[in-house]
Structure formats: C-alpha cells, structure tokens
Design a protein around this ligand. Structure first.
Ligand code: PEP
Length: 253
C-alpha cells in the first residue's frame, strides 16, 4: 500500500444470490463497515439485484458495481445491459473483462477496451481485470499476456479518463481455487502493470493508478497482500458473500 493511493476493496458476488439475499447481505454489511472512512468499499451484485442493493446502501459508504456492461448505447442487443441502465440502477463502478467473462463468454482485449471506453464516456468507473492462466505463467508468458491485456484494454483511453480507472490483477489460477499468489508474486505483477501504464501515459498517472489484487483473498492473507507497495486493494469473490468475512477483510490493518 502506498499512502498516496486510497485503498479500494470490492466484492464480486458473481451469479450467486437472488435479490432478497442480496438486499439482506448489503443490509448486514452496512453497520459492520459504517465507521470505515479511509478506503473505498464496493459491492458487485448480479444485474437483477442492482436496484435493490442501490436502495439498501443509499447514503452509506458502500458503492455499487455492475459485473459487466455492453459498449453500445442502446438497441437490438438482446440480453445486454447498457451503461445508462447501470447508472439508472445506481451503479458507480463496473467490473470489466473478468477472466470468467474472457474464458466463458469470449471477451477479448478489444471488447474489454470498448466496454471500458463506453463506461468512461458515461461516467462509470471501470475496474478493468487482467490476469494470466497457469499455463501462460508456466510457459514464461506472464509479461507478454499482462502487457497485451493492459495495452489492449486501455487503447485510446485519454489521460484524464485514465485517472478514473482501477485495474484488478487476478491470476486465473488463483480465482476461486484457494491458491493465492504470494504477496511478492502479486506485487511483481502490479509493479509490471504500473510500468506499462507509465510507458503508455506518465509517471504521475502510473503513481496514481490503483491496482487491486484478486484471487482467493481472505481475512487470513489480506493484510500481507495489502502491505506490499504496489497493491492498493482487493477484488474479492467467495469471501465477499458473507457480510462478516467481507467486513473483516475490508477493515484489514
Ligand atoms: C473474483 O471473482 O474476482 C475472485 C477473485 O474470486 P475469489 O476471491 O473467490 O477467488
């Protein structure tokens, strides 16, 4: 953690709970994190729960994220959701290019980039996910893959907009597997991402960029991860589904 960057802890609820449970999870989380002022707290329910959770967290220190969006304004795109619809549902953030979207739904750096640009155009803050598979890491392709995802995902994003982007580094082999990257492994990739962003933009932009780590983050490992100089937050799947565990994690020391 670097004191110049405000930590951001986000929960990705994936396709796990219907709106009654989502509302309940949010309601329980509110008092548990009410006193937290020095970091950003974000929850990412499924689309069908966004409005219910928005209503529940209104006026609190918890922000709302969607898990995806479509890059077009509107029209004949059956099953898709636009940026305006997310704003209308109370979202401030949107998770883009999660590895599950890349892996199961054919998202590419190009579509990730279109989504990020549309989010920024509409005033949503993108949490742009990158990360390598185990096979890619073992084949020595880590730099190449991360470089391609960062450069491709940020293509044509202007400097001013870049100040609003959060990048989440999520090694695919660590997501939902209980295998966390070591704090050093994670920090190395965060530093690499920062270097790429410095080359694309400037030292200032790179220094201000918040980079979350994601991949089996729990209360047991969050403090060690957050102690690393280039780790500015966490994107949390499993451990965000229980209010007590997410709140404890958010309040890491
Ligand atoms: C995620 O979905 O982004 C994630 C990191 O999941 P988990 O914390 O369950 O590994």
């Amino acid at each position: 953690m670097n004191p110049k960057r405000r930590p951001i802890l986000a929960g990705n609820w994936k396709m796990n709970i219907p709106s009654t449970q989502a509302r309940e999870l949010a309601s329980k989380l509110i008092p548990l994190v009410a006193g937290v002022k020095d970091r950003d707290i974000v929850v990412g329910p499924p689309y069908t729960s966004l409005a219910a959770v928005a209503e529940t967290i209104k006026g609190t220190n918890i922000g709302l994220a969607a898990q995806n969006l479509h890059w077009e304004e509107k029209g004949a795109f059956t099953g898709e959701i636009s940026a305006d619809m997310l704003l209308d549902s109370g979202c401030k953030y949107v998770i883009i290019g999660h590895s599950e979207r890349r892996q199961y739904f054919g998202e590419t750096d190009e579509t990730v980039n279109k989504k990020a640009r549309q989010a920024l155009k509409k005033g949503l803050l993108p949490i742009l996910c990158v990360g390598e598979t185990l096979a890619e890491r073992e084949a020595g392709k880590l730099n190449e893959i991360i470089g391609r995802q960062v450069i491709g995902g940020l293509k044509d994003i202007l400097t001013d907009d870049m100040k609003k982007v959060v990048i989440a580094y999520e090694p695919v082999w660590a997501i939902g597997t209980g295998k966390t990257a070591t704090p050093e492994q994670a920090n190395d990739v965060h530093a690499l991402i920062r270097q790429k962003v410095k080359a694309l933009y400037s030292a200032d932009i790179a220094e201000g960029l918040r980079i979350q780590y994601g991949g089996s983050v729990t209360l047991e490992n969050v403090s060690q991860l957050m102690a690393m100089p280039d780790i500015d937050g966490a994107l949390v799947g499993g451990a965000s589904l229980k209010p007590e565990s997410f709140a404890a994690l958010v309040k890491f020391k």
